[in-house]
Ligand binder design. Sequence first.
Ligand code: G6P
Length: 612
Amino acid sequence: MCGIVAYIGGDAAFPVLIKGLQRLEYRGYDSAGIALLDPLLSVYKKQGKVAGLLEFARDVPTAGKVGIGHTRWATHGVPSDVNAHPHVSSDGEIALVHNGIIENYSLLKTALENQGHRFVSETDTEVLVHLIAEIKSRESADLEEAVRLALQRVVGAYAIVVMDAARPDILIGARKSSPLVLGIGADALYLASDATPIVEYTNKVVYLQDEELVVLRSDGTFEIKTMQNELMPPFIQELDINIEMLEKGGFEHFMLKEIHDQPRTIAECMRGRIHAAEGWVHLGGMEVCSDAFMNAQRLIFAACGTSWHAGLIAEYLFEDLARIPVEVEYASEFRYRNPVIAEQDVVIAISQSGETADTLAALELAKARGATTYGVVNVVGSSIARVTDAGSYIHAGPEIGVASTKAFTAQVTLLTLMALQMGLKKGTLDPVFFRELLHELEAIPGKVQAVLAMDKLIQQIAVEIKDKPNALYLGRGYNFPVALEGALKLKEISYIHAEGYPAAEMKHGPIALIDEEMPVIVLATNKSAYEKIASNIQEVKARKGLVIAIVSRGDTQIRAMADYTLEIPDTLEPLTPLLAAIPLQLLAYHIAVMRGCDVDQPRNLAKSVTVE
Ligand code: G6P
């Protein structure tokens, strides 16, 4: 959802900015731009990906030791050169990049136009740069003061970086509801939407807090202040990621690398948190709010996209193992519905990025109503991780492919551990079954590896589906959310319309769509509803649908009915999603590749949705 990178220091800014934009491209990729000071301001912007900007920049001067860059995911105004950031003041002196939305831009724009400012783009962002220029000239404020005053007049969300040809010795950054990280190098300072552009230069970072402003100086010093101009002591943290995590590592796409990473990431998520032989599970975050979990009358999960599907699996897990009522909410609906939230509720946000605007807002609402809040988050130091009362990181490492894969299975792993810990503590979980689940969890990474080894067969099935206009995914019980996730993966990256459905609901609508052109992917690993799933498959076959069945190893009954069968290792039912999700990820991946789609950067999507 727009990526920002900025540099001020002793070396050329341009290579740092371009590389940084490439790292941030997963956040948005409809246009990219750079502004440099040397000593005059030059701005280069191009619709399309960073590669296009780089090509364009071959023929233009790119010197300068201070600069800002931006990769855009359009909100206001179509993707175009002119709507790309940085935006520049009418006198050509001030340049600004922005991630977020300025909600009162229309009012501000009218006033600024009346004051003689010339707008050239359709963006909300452009008002900010003109407003800063206006305050600077009419109110004789210095750049820092002008930025502060301008931000006090805007309504909305922002992470911004501003530079001024009159002040080549400073850069100013600020944030509210959109992330911004300061990197502290040996002789340079960096600002970025996340740590990925910074990691190759330094591992020392400061995650700016909401409504903080930072002044970066070319001598390597910086100051963090509140919007009320109070100086804040910097909380310097060490990054726990490295460059290899940000590279494709020999895979053709990040998504494929991340799918193959799952045996490791699932194991990483469990490391030090369970011990099957000794029979324990321990999540420190849950201990922090142990009373809240023990006294809760219900749990509410709030999330978006793939994380919401993980939440649906959590509903099955917690109700099954910890016998507590669970609600799973789309964060965007929850926050605007005036929901009933009690102080005894525990509201659990699930988010890979930890920055999704709706999820963050849902949490803030829950907090305001007195509920305990908990975060299940991947990105360390992210906003959701910081605002919750407690939480557990999923430790999946950076996920770059826009379609979430390894974060999903790590979320499900973590949620399983949470349900086990709560179930054991509440006494709702049979100790023998608890032990069995722990042993089986330890075996899951190896079983995921076995599913990954079925790639050739999955590619053959992909050939059958790749030219179909639609696909239906069916599952029951724990496999129902997996069906939703499988359908989401396919539509996100291959643009084939796909729907996930509870298998038994098929006859209440989707059955009307079934003919020989409709592939139906059925998750049929369940033990508890096996015969019912088998009947659902008969219903599809009777209408000439093409059935691809995911079954447990050794299955014969469904194999005899389905057109294609994928046999995955057997496991305990609550852990089925961790295995069943994998072939669906690979299937979507291969179909998208066969259709020539841009797998890592599918059209219109962004990895991290920091606007509502
Ligand atoms: C976007 C991404 C999805 C992700 C969703 C929620 O739509 O493309 O992959 O599941 O946001 O993101 P979060 O970071 O909160 O998990």
